[in-house]
Design a binder for this molecule. Structure first.
Ligand code: NAP
Length: 479
């Protein structure tokens, strides 16, 4: 009789971003500890791995991008097979899973934009942060051209994505010279005209989601003046209490206060005067505006011309509307109000939270429902788009612990295709051009040589065609 330990444990991990790769790492650690054979297929719909690390982290954040080296050491383990350019739901379906794998972990992340639900948000010039981020990070499915023609832009939201978007909007081409952005994005930044970016928070600064390190970094951008409205830095008892107990929030507000103090010392204490002085000196400005909630994107002839903001006042830790509105003139609006995940064909999905319903990582039939055999989830599609990259490591470990418990209880699938090559054969039959580990290595080499030619560590290939061409040179006949 064949017992489960006669052939390797086989797991598919859908998504090769940090959560997916950390799930692979955790599966390998379990296999090492229990001396079990394992084959993990790490699938990605893109020909390249690392998900949001590659297509979400800002290019001027090389420190964070450096985490790719850790992820690389995991995916190059011979027990992990990278299967890129494979779309789950199309090239490989949920129906295929029980025949091929003991279990599957969905770690598909979140790279769609949440909407504001206000009039005008679909005018030309109103964008989601994810659209812009995927463009500047060279995501092959992002739009090719970006018109950086706005003199003034607004970024809605006061989280780290808002900071990334605002900072990238005021970067000069020279400041992006050393980064890995693809050639077409470099060209786009060459025409950037944006001089003023207003960053809009609906609550007060005490409740901004920025992390202090990321906020301080804004102050290091050369030629940039940061403008703060000092009235925004007055706190009620609730906010003061919050600042006393939340160190991160305290540091964020201290930094804003330092900028306000520096502004007062220049002799331009009001935000309007400080902005005007910085512009007349030829500089660029990021201006923080708190206690303002966007109620309408204004436009003429289908294009953004302004943003209507309603003043808010504190109501506990939240805010209430005051009915008092002001319009700011802007040519572009970027919504950085959170990402959301997309559903996967046949996999339970809760549209209210944009996540896969789960209990600690075991997929459920629906919110509060029953576990679904063999299906697991990790990362942002499991718990929503919050936390730093490292958060996904703990999240993936929790999921793998449950998967292993189910494996040991004999509660997973019992794949009938015993040869791990079966999935490659199936994909070949379906005409899928798989980019495997060596294929990705060839893309990597190609990007490094492209970068080297102009003195950079890397220049990303910006289209799927270029990526596939580079990969296929190394794997013309590989199954
Ligand atoms: P986030 O931290 O949740 O911030 C979202 C912001 O949007 C909040 O300020 C929120 O305000 C605001 N917002 C939501 N709905 C709104 C509405 N209808 N009107 C006005 N404002 C609204 O999300 P994120 O910035 O997308 O970041 C996602 C995660 O990635 C975070 O954990 C972040 O730290 C991480 N990240 C880290 C880095 C880094 O470390 N360098 C870079 C990028 C992202 P309320 O608080 O009032 O709801």
């Amino acid at each position: 009789m064949t017992t489960p330990s006669d052939f390797p444990v086989r797991v598919a991990v859908v998504g090769s971003g940090p959560a997916g790769v950390y799930a692979c790492e955790s599966l390998l650690a379990w296999a090492d500890q229990h001396e079990r054979d394992i084959v993990v297929d790490c699938l990605d719909r893109l020909p390249v791995p690392y998900g949001l690390l590659r297509h979400g982290v800002a290019p001027d954040h090389p420190r964070i991008k450096g985490i790719a080296r850790t992820l690389e050491s995991i995916v190059t383990d011979p027990r992990i097979r990278f299967l890129g350019n494979v779309e789950f739901g199309r090239d490989l379906t949920l129906e295929d899973v029980p025949r091929l794998y003991h279990a599957v972990i969905f770690a598909t992340g979140a790279l769609a934009d949440r909407e504001l639900g206000i009039p005008g948000e679909h005018l030309e010039g109103s964008y989601g942060a994810a659209q812009f981020v995927t463009w500047y990070d060279g995501h092959p499915d992002a739009r090719r051209n970006w018109a950086l023609t706005a003199d003034r832009a607004a970024v809605v939201g006061v989280g780290n994505v808002a900071l990334d978007v605002a900072r990238m909007l005021v970067r000069t081409p020279e400041q992006l010279e050393a980064t890995d952005i693809p050639a077409h994005v470099r060209e786009g930044f060459g025409t950037s005209a944006t001089r003023v970016v207003s960053v809009i928070g609906r609550r007060g600064p005490a409740y901004a989601k920025f992390t202090p390190l990321e906020l301080r970094e804004m102050g290091k951008v050369e030629g940039l003046t940061i403008v703060v409205d000092t009235a925004d830095l007055e706190y009620d008892d609730e906010a003061r209490d919050h600042l006393e107990h939340d160190r991160r929030a305290g540091q964020v507000c201290d930094q804003l206060a330092k900028w306000a103090a520096a502004q007062a010392e220049t002799g331009h204490p009001s935000a309007d005067a400080a902005e005007a002085a910085a512009l007349s000196a030829g500089g660029r400005v990021v201006r923080f505006r708190f206690h303002r909630s966007p109620v309408e994107v204004l436009g003429t002839d289908g294009r953004v011309t302004g943003l209507r903001l309603e003043r808010t006042e504190p109501d506990g830790t939240r805010v209430r509307a005051t009915g008092v509105c002001e319009d700011i003139a802007v040519d572009a609006v970027y919504k950085a109000v959170g990402y959301r995940s997309d559903p996967l064909d046949g996999v339970p999905f809760d549209p209210a939270t944009s996540t896969i319903p789960n209990d600690g990582g075991r997929v459920l039939t629906g919110p509060g429902g029953e576990p679904v055999q063999g299906l697991f989830t990790a990362g942002w599609v499991k718990r929503g788009p919050t936390g730093v990259i490292g958060t996904n490591r703990h999240c993936a470990v929790d999921t793998v612990n449950l998967l292993v418990a189910d494996l040991e209880a004999g509660a997973l699938f019992a794949p009938t295709a015993t040869d791990p090559q079966a999935v490659r054969d199936l994909l070949a039959e379906r005409g899928v051009t798989v980019v495997d580990g060596p294929g990705w290595a060839a893309i990597d080499t190609s990007e490094r040589s492209l970068g080297e030619a102009s003195g950079r560590e890397r220049t990303k290939l910006g289209s799927r065609e270029e990526m596939l061409a580079a990969a296929l040179e190394s794997q013309p006949n590989r199954r």
